[in-house]
Design a protein around this ligand. Sequence first.
Ligand SMILES: Cc1cc2nc3c(=O)[nH]c(=O)nc-3n(C[C@H](O)[C@H](O)[C@H](O)COP(=O)(O)OP(=O)(O)OC[C@H]3O[C@@H](n4cnc5c(N)ncnc54)[C@H](O)[C@@H]3O)c2cc1C
Length: 666
Amino acid sequence: MALDSKIPSGSISEKWTNYKDHINLVNPANKRNLDIIVVGTGLAGGSAAATLAELGYNVKAFCFQDSPRRAHSIAAQGGINAAKNYQGDGDSVFRLFYDTVKGGDYRAREANVHRLAEVSTSIIDQCVAQGVPFAREYGGLLDNRSFGGTLVSRTFYAKGQTGQQLLLGAYSAMNRQIARGKIKMHNRHEMLDLVIVKGKARGIIARNLVTGEIERHSAHAVVIASGGYGNVFFLSTNAMGSNVTAAWKIHKRGAFFANPCYTQIHPTCIPVSGDHQAKLTLMSESLRNDGRIWVPAKLEDAQAIREGKLKPTQLKEEDRDYFLERRYPAFGNLVPRDIASRAAKERCDAGFGINKTGEAVYLDFAAAIIRYGIDQARLKHLDENDMNVVKKLGTDVVANKYGNLFQMYEKIVDEDPYTTPMMIYPAVHYTMGGTWVDYNLQTTIPGCFSIGESNFSDHGANRLGASALMQGLADGYFVLPYTIGDYLAPDIKMGTISTDSPEFEEAEQNVLNQINTLMNNGGTKPADYFHKKLGKIMWNQVGMARNEKGLNDAITEIAQIREDFYKDVRIPGTQNSFNPELAKALRVADFLELGELFAKDALHRNESCGGHFREEYQTPDGEAQRDDENFAYVAAWEYKGKPSDAVLHKEALVFDNVKLVQRSYK
Ligand SMILES: Cc1cc2nc3c(=O)[nH]c(=O)nc-3n(C[C@H](O)[C@H](O)[C@H](O)COP(=O)(O)OP(=O)(O)OC[C@H]3O[C@@H](n4cnc5c(N)ncnc54)[C@H](O)[C@@H]3O)c2cc1C
């Protein structure tokens, strides 16, 4: 099957406008004859469901939590980008487009990224109208801060809880439609299969997580907004429930899975503390606006710190290595995440790590506290040479900006980050890969769309900070509502789709078979046992640095774990009741297939780009070495019975508007 990305013709800045001017529309009276299933109610699914219902479609929304407002999106801390240029610092739609393509190491589709940058400004207006309390400056205007990979301030934020506030906005918009009956909300339901009738997605099979009942739901189109799959690593900053099942099930039904190996490892997370940990905690990238990242410059100091004989605050300036500022003077601590993560790993691998495991670097706010303190002292006509006054004033400013993050850190690590530098280390955070979609956000299955983090997204091989929320809301509020109408226009007279058909029967049976197999195999080990084993392989061999041997080994080892899983997993309880262990096992089963495809994708990509770092392909100073001649494409995998048999399809990437050069942030 040839991949058709359906990119409209015309100049990059006119494509989206021309597209909207010429697509098929569904008239308002006919929209009420059309049903749409939306799987997922995070920022992508929530915004899509609300908008589609507002337009008049009948929406059936699904989430596995007890409420849409508990979607993983609520965890997003730092902010959301938009090319508003409120700071007058030279931002524009083109610059946001350019930064995103460059940040993604030239592995994203230009047309989608430009559209994203175009609609970014509308997102902020929409959210402000909903009442989202973005931070404001003294004069009342919306405030901005900087994120990595850019030279402007374009990130809108609500303290360290931007995702929560945005989700409350989308959730309110959804609730209005739930009250009107235009959205039928199915909380605590997990989609376990897609139903295809005559080549088109026409429904899903879902399990009611409270009663265990298997249900059939039909619609004229199905939208997957199920989030990312970072939990394939077991430990990640994602919510514990985040999983790949919905995306993987559509993959098995014919949706190509693109760039599975593009994973983002976030540089500023609280380091792993031990083997019994189930979750990692992010310290928002926004902290890199003011925090300086460093390790001791001398090995003996690093060792003394690790042994508790020396405190970081005792180390003189000249004995510290601010390695990002040293290596990347133009962007300093605000280099993109992939670069910052690798640089931290490089220092730790060289023996400069500062915690007991040697896998941590410092994020230090002392300089920012003094800088802000002096500024405030001057404004308030206080003595700027009185360090007690300056520190107090500076601490207040920092607390105002990042207070909840500092509090979270102190609760977890039991150290006061205002007086001693934070310890951080990279951790799995976001997955740029996902279901392949064309310009319409439609997968390779007609009528099955994918939005937000679940699609292979607009971020190429590395996502810039604060761009995931932008993409999820762009897809849900401003893109899908157009593109899905174009698809649905021929279906207006079709009527309700029956669930009483062989296709629904077959899909339901497929789900029941898998559940029966897992419930009745009389194994001895919990699903987590296998998930943890998978995670260790993923982190050690398919994580921040990958090589051919490690990847080949990983592929064999993951296939073996999968086999063991089916022989020996134990699920207590029954299938017709509330059974979280069963729900978990079904998710782990899919992670065990995805993990193998993930490694296979990483193995075939004989280059380094963005978050995909192959040790064999690096420049003499350790930077990612891209191979544009052979790898400037999206790798879209077609399922053929098992991960090892997946067939590769390539979508060639064309760069007409940005110059394809090796990325530099120096
Ligand atoms: C700690 C943290 C902080 C972050 N901070 C930022 C930030 O500051 N700025 C930024 O831009 N990005 C940030 N990100 C990334 C961003 O939060 C996510 O990419 C984004 O929220 C994903 O939104 P989504 O709607 O695609 O998916 P999610 O919010 O993950 O929602 C997924 C939805 O799908 C449902 N679902 C999944 N599978 C099924 C199924 N099988 N059946 C039924 N329902 C299902 C879930 O119930 C949920 O409703 C952060 C990520 C993390 C981990």
